[in-house]
Design a protein around this ligand. Structure first.
Ligand code: CA
Ligand code: CA
Length: 582
């Protein structure tokens, strides 16, 4: 059978010819946003290798050179000591598909220059939440090859011994369906839902018009409510069930005692509990419900009564918190006192000062009643803190700024808010021109915290607020730079959003993606990103450098898990830039 090798060679040649994207091994040393660039935006690639001094931008199809340029000066990474050089091709503005070529290194993968270049990214990142939905079938019509039966109906959830109250003794059954799975696991946590919902609701409030025709092909598409809000409602209705109707307190989480194995949701049968009420969970719920009530007031004909339910829940939660101003969730202490022990994500917090600030700002913005902030130290003279699940005061600042005119905030207060955000943004962009990947993200090793991708995205959001306050394009461009970071211009060379890029995340720590038998991971999910803590001790980390401490392995919950509180700022950054850049 002499023919066979020839046939194989011929087929290989044919496939090489017809799939140029795969045919030519592209150079991994040319790092850039693997999706593309807006025509008018700055465009930068980073060369992470020793290279000659010149680069060319070529049309991908014709190979025609459209720009020849000189590489920038050598920059040295503060994390690894490695050298990089910049290829600035901002001058190429004509829409099209291009590659970058460097003598001795080869070509980059093809990328686009066009308007609305990140629209698909923004839509997919929001659709990522649909794939995380508990208690509902995901049919092929909406979920494609990731279709799956419903899991975790959560209609028979038990009151844990730590959560008993008058009228709800231990093992009382409550119904608490819907919501999103938090991350790679199947539990539902109020605290992490808080920042996630706040970020998505703020995105809507900041860019309402943009979401009028933003369709993510979900069951609620074309129902007269923006799909962003429909997705939020799936989790909002779950959150409402987490409040004890008798006293307004909110259970910290709905959880298995132990994590499920690597199984599909419909195969999970372990008992589920709601555990101890706490001040952080309650105030996070207050903030979300207050914000939701002012938004859904405008959709009362489509979602009758929802805004009122949210407003009532917010007030009841606030009253509970006033009586219990500092009940902390301490899982270790809880496990000593009560059974069964709970070993899932703790989301324990050391301070609820910031939760008080956030809830107070949202209550004030919704009701217009200044008494909500009267006894709260807003900490406006302190440096701004980037939002994380345990530090949420800045979500309140964003809301106060957005509502400054309607609330008629005193000039001193709105000035302090403005100064707070602008001075934070100004520090972010300082020394940008010396950074190895020319990004705000990664200036210090602290940026590479657990879930560092969300640091990049949240910095981008802060920069966008600074841009809208100042109209200074350096902030807009730095925000874009952090999106470039997330989509490939980084020290790992990966595009961190599943389903996108020429160097893709294929093995996130995500039970759904691991158990579904589909090779491609569930799309639209943001990988956590580099984390030098390397707490999972997985094999596969290339080294200990902060900016490279990443491995695309499903064992790597420390660098390659996904989480709703990381996806939300990704949705915000991509959609807000789309709305701004067009
Ligand atoms: Ca809709
Ligand atoms: Ca806190």
């Amino acid at each position: 059978m002499k023919l066979l090798p020839h046939l194989a060679a011929l087929l290989a040649a044919v496939s090489l010819y017809f799939s140029p994207a795969c045919a030519q091994q592209h150079s991994d040393a040319i790092r850039l946003n693997q999706i593309g660039f807006y025509p008018a935006a700055p465009k930068v690639a980073v060369i992470a290798a020793e290279a000659g001094g010149a680069f060319e931008v070529k049309e991908a199809k014709s190979g025609k050179t459209v720009l020849k340029g000189a590489l920038g000066d050598v920059r040295t990474s503060q994390h690894s000591g490695k050298h990089t050089r910049l290829a600035d091709f901002s001058a190429v503005r004509k829409p099209g598909t291009y590659v970058i070529e460097i003598a001795g290194l080869g070509k980059s993968a093809a990328f686009s220059i066009r308007n609305r270049v990140h629209r698909n990214v923004a839509e997919a990142a929001l659709k990522g939440f649909y794939y995380q939905r508990a208690s509902i079938d995901l049919p092929e019509k909406y979920a494609g090859k990731w279709a799956r039966p419903a899991g975790h109906p959560d209609e028979h959830v038990l009151i844990h011994a730590s959560a008993v109250s008058d009228g709800r003794p231990e093992n009382t059954v409550i119904s608490s369906p819907r919501g999103w799975y938090d991350a790679g696991d199947y539990n539902k946590y109020i605290v992490n839902s808080g920042i996630t919902m706040g970020t998505l609701l703020s995105l809507y409030e900041d860019y309402p018009l943009y979401f009028e025709d933003f369709n993510t092909n979900i069951p609620e598409s074309n129902n007269g409510v923006p799909d962003l809000l429909d997705e939020v409602v799936w989790n909002l209705r779950w959150m409402l069930t987490m409040q004890d109707p008798a006293d307004g307190g909110v259970y910290h989480k709905l959880t298995n005692p132990r994590f499920d194995g690597t199984i599909m949701p419909d195969a999970a049968k372990n008992p589920r509990y709601v555990v101890q009420k706490g001040t952080a969970a309650t105030l996070d719920l207050v903030a979300v419900m207050a914000q939701a009530s002012r938004i859904f007031k405008n959709f009362d004909n489509k979602l009758p009564g929802l805004a009122d339910s949210c407003a009532t829940a917010a007030v009841k939660g606030w009253q509970w918190a006033e009586k219990h101003p500092e009940v902390m969730y301490n899982q270790g202490a809880m496990n000593k006192e009560f059974d069964p022990d709970v070993a899932t994500g703790a989301y324990g917090d050391r301070s609820v000062k910031d939760e008080w600030i956030w809830a107070a700002c949202e209550m004030y913005a919704t009701t217009g009643k200044p008494e909500y902030i009267q006894n709260i130290d807003l900490e406006l003279q302190q440096p701004m803190a980037l939002p994380t699940w345990s530090q949420v005061k800045t979500l309140g600042y964003y809301t106060l700024l957005r509502s400054a005119e309607t609330l008629k905030l005193p000039a001193g207060q709105s000035g302090a808010l403005r100064e707070n955000i602008l001075s934070y943004a100004s520090k972010l962009v300082t020394d940008l021109e010396n950074q190895p990947y020319h990004t705000v993200m990664g200036k210090t090793a602290q940026d590479y915290a657990w879930g560092s991708s969300s640091v990049a995205a949240n910095q981008g959001i802060a920069l966008l607020y600074a841009y809208r306050l100042s109209n200074d394009k350096k902030y807009l461009h730095a925000a874009l730079g952090n999106l470039d970071y997330l989509l490939g211009r980084n020290a790992t060379g990966y595009c961190f959003l599943t389903g996108f890029g020429s160097r893709r995340i294929m093995h996130p720590h995500h039970r759904l993606s691991m158990a579904d038998g589909v090779a491609d991971p569930v799309p639209g999910l943001l990988s956590g990103g580099p984390n030098p803590g390397q707490q999972d001790k997985c094999a596969g980390y290339p080294n200990k450098f902060a900016d490279e401490s990443f491995t695309d392995s499903d064992c790597s919950y420390a660098s390659n898990e996904i989480a709703i509180n990381w996806n939300a700022p990704m949705v915000y950054l991509a959609a807000a830039l789309e709305a701004t850049m067009k």
